[in-house]
Design a protein. Structure first.
Length: 225
């Protein structure tokens, strides 16, 4: 019968406490090491874990604790990574150089998340005399979309200018809805997280007609592959 481990993160193979301050955790964390890397895992009964809100919250809580315990040197894995120990060792060996470089790139860093919602402005687009009402409507829609795109880019640029210098990398998602102006994740040195929050608070006061959601610091989920 195979032994399965739930895989939380990859860290440098350095001594730091795994199981201190567990609060209500009923599991025991272990290390599976290869050279200068450690896979932080816990034994699990089978090869599946139900993605319940409790399980997902436990995963993120443990990864966040590892982030602090390792002095911000952790590659977090996504929820539900369950493998045998032989497979974990094989991955540590085959991707050793890649993961070592990635740990160096994100060392000391955390992730902040920002969403900004707005009410898109309405623009009056003058109609042009065309034979078809359908083509007139299409032309007006295209012109309005172009004007709206220019307006949104200007607003995004104004916000991003205020955040420049606080982060190392940024991942900007394509808005999924016209009301969503910004959906982005930022990688930054941990000491800058408070300054980033303060910059967002200032923007919230100045642009109070927008809705803001700034969360973190988080482990750098979006900046590891």
């Amino acid at each position: 019968m195979s032994t399965y481990y739930y895989w939380y993160a990859i860290t440098p193979d350095l001594p730091f406490p795994l199981n201190g301050d567990q609060s209500s955790d009923s599991l025991t964390l272990e290390r599976i090491g290869y050279w200068n890397l450690s896979a932080i895992v816990s034994k699990i009964a089978d090869s599946h874990r139900d993605p319940s809100p409790q399980s997902v919250a436990e995963h993120h809580r443990i990864v966040a604790r590892l982030l602090n315990a390792s002095n911000y040197r952790v590659l977090p894995l996504r929820f539900g990574t369950i493998l045998t120990p032989d497979r974990i060792l094989s991955l540590l060996e085959s991707r050793h150089d890649e993961w070592t470089r990635l740990l160096q790139d994100i060392e000391g860093s955390v992730e902040m998340s920002l969403k900004v919602l707005w009410v898109p402005p309405k623009f009056d687009v003058p109609s042009r005399p065309l034979q078809s009402a359908y083509f007139t409507q299409r032309l007006q829609a295209m012109q309005q979309q172009k004007t709206l795109g220019i307006a949104s880019r200007e607003k995004i640029a104004a916000i991003e200018t205020r955040l420049e210098g606080l982060y190392l990398k940024r991942l900007m998602a394509t808005p999924r809805h016209p009301d969503l102006l910004i959906e982005a994740n930022y990688l930054m040195p941990e000491p800058r997280a408070q300054a980033f929050k303060q910059a967002v608070r200032t923007l919230m006061e100045e642009m109070s007609d927008y809705r803001w959601l700034c969360t973190g610091p988080w482990p750098p989920y979006h900046f590891v592959s």
